[in-house]
Design a binder for this molecule. Structure first.
Ligand code: NOJ
Length: 432
């Protein structure tokens, strides 16, 4: 079975990482705008790629690559700068962007929350307080009312594992807290907000919606192909507690209405009913397997390649993530992120040669093809990222884009990998 004709070959970004214009046209600050010294080299996300002013040119570049979809997020503080107030200028930016995408035949895939919580919501308690559920739903209602004529694909959250664990337990992501003892409450608030948002979107969307969320998938690649090895890998991927939190801790309540051991006392039967409101797809963000977290020595012995973030590059994890998510949840899968960072530079010929990223595409994407050939419903692939951008606390050092961005001049250049990806899209994956 080849890739379906309507397979969504795309690329992804997030508001705080690309938009800039942090205090323009009525936008209020997000928790990332005030991250201060937590960001490397004194950098900020205040200007980023200035996509807020370059959106038209950026959509033209997406068109040049032949993208069928673009996954981006809406900035909550741009739309709701203070409690109860809607910022029409903020909505106008997204309306223009969405209409430009549609006019170019590119499907908008909208993430409602990609970590940039308004500072005013944080001051109300952020994920620590149950109040955030209603505040989030009010925001979602404004966005869905405004754009559901044109938008069909919605993601309630991006990588909850990260914005709960890293932000409130490890304290390494904004708002940099260590609420270790109460983190299960935060997690419960997020899960309830997700379930209620799914129900709300389904009720009010003007076109039949397809709703999901993007998970930080940390997958264990089986140590062999015996049934025992496969079962052991599933257990490690969904029931152990490696990395940013296991897939099952978040995925089981949402997709199966079942709480993992850790949350059993936290979630009531009523909670689980709300949280497991049916979704249409499960998004997976795929970067590296969890094997090296469990068995680092084996990876080090092999001298396994790493990217400039020190992340292991192991192409097998795309196939295994898709397959394991499908086997556990039986919900169509969308690859909502997959990509790699490098220190790309402009060569004297004015081009950006990034052979590692081309290699990366050819290491990872055949696994997705295999999954499709095995009959697993995969809806699309969104490469991270459409353009170089603000990599959170790492600032602008690591470059993840298919499009190179010169942050001084805001000039864009399609990297070699962008042309390679365009080829793959043109053949609908047959060239893989
Ligand atoms: C996942 C996050 O969703 C995205 O914001 C981030 O830039 C990439 N991983 C790369 O770290």
């Amino acid at each position: 079975m080849p890739f379906p004709k309507d397979f969504l070959w795309g690329a992804a970004s997030a508001a705080a990482q690309v938009e800039g214009a942090w205090n323009i046209d009525g936008k209020a600050p997000s928790i990332w705008d005030v991250a201060g010294d937590h960001i490397k080299n004194g950098e900020t996300c205040h200007d980023a790629c200035d996509h807020y002013h370059h959106w038209k040119e950026d959509v033209a570049l997406m068109k040049e690559m032949g993208l069928k979809s673009y996954r981006f997020s809406i900035s909550w503080p741009r739309v709701i700068p203070e409690k109860g107030k809607v910022n029409e200028k903020g909505l106008a930016f997204y309306r223009n962007l969405i209409q430009e995408l549609k006019a170019n035949g590119i499907e908008p895939l909208v993430t409602l929350y990609h970590w940039d919580m308004p500072v005013w919501v944080d001051q109300e308690g952020g994920w620590k307080s149950p109040k955030i559920i209603e505040l989030y739903l009010e925001y979602v209602k404004v966005v869905v009312d405004a754009f559901s004529d044109d938008v069909q694909y919605w993601m309630t959250f991006n990588e909850p594992q990260v914005f709960i664990m890293m932000s409130y337990v490890m304290g390494s992501f904004a708002p940099f807290r260590h609420d270790v003892l109460t983190f299960k409450n935060h997690l419960r608030h997020m899960l309830l907000a997700h379930g209620k948002a799914v129900r709300l979107i389904r009720q009010i969307a003007k076109t039949p919606p397809k709703i999901g969320l993007a998970m930080a998938a940390t997958t264990y690649i089986p140590d062999g192909d015996t049934p025992e090895a496969l079962a052991d890998a599933m257990q490690k991927s969904f029931e152990s507690r490696v990395g940013e939190g296991s897939n099952g801790l978040y995925g089981d309540p949402i997709c199966l209405g079942r709480a993992s051991k850790m949350l059993r006392r936290k979630l009531s039967a009523e909670d689980l009913k709300i949280i497991s409101e049916p979704i249409d797809f499960i998004g997976v963000n795929v970067y590296q397997p969890s094997n090296p977290m469990i068995n680092k020595e084996a990876y080090e012995k092999e001298n396994h390649p790493k990217n400039c973030m020190d992340w292991y590059v192991d192409g097998r994890c795309l196939y295994w993530t898709i397959r394991q998510y499908w086997e556990r949840y039986h919900i169509p899968v969308m690859v909502t992120e997959n990509g790699m960072a490098a220190h790309d530079t402009v060569s004297p010929d004015g081009k950006v040669h990034d052979p590692e990223r081309i290699d990366f595409l050819h290491q990872f994407l055949p696994g997705m093809k295999r999954a499709v050939e095995e009959g697993i419903p995969v809806l699309g692939y969104q490469h991270w990222s459409v353009m170089d951008n603000f990599e959170w606390c790492e600032g602008y050092g690591p470059r993840f884009g298919l499009i190179y961005v010169d942050y001084q001049t805001q000039k864009r250049i399609l990297k070699d990998s962008a042309y390679e990806y365009a080829q793959i899209i043109q053949t609908n994956g047959e060239s893989l």
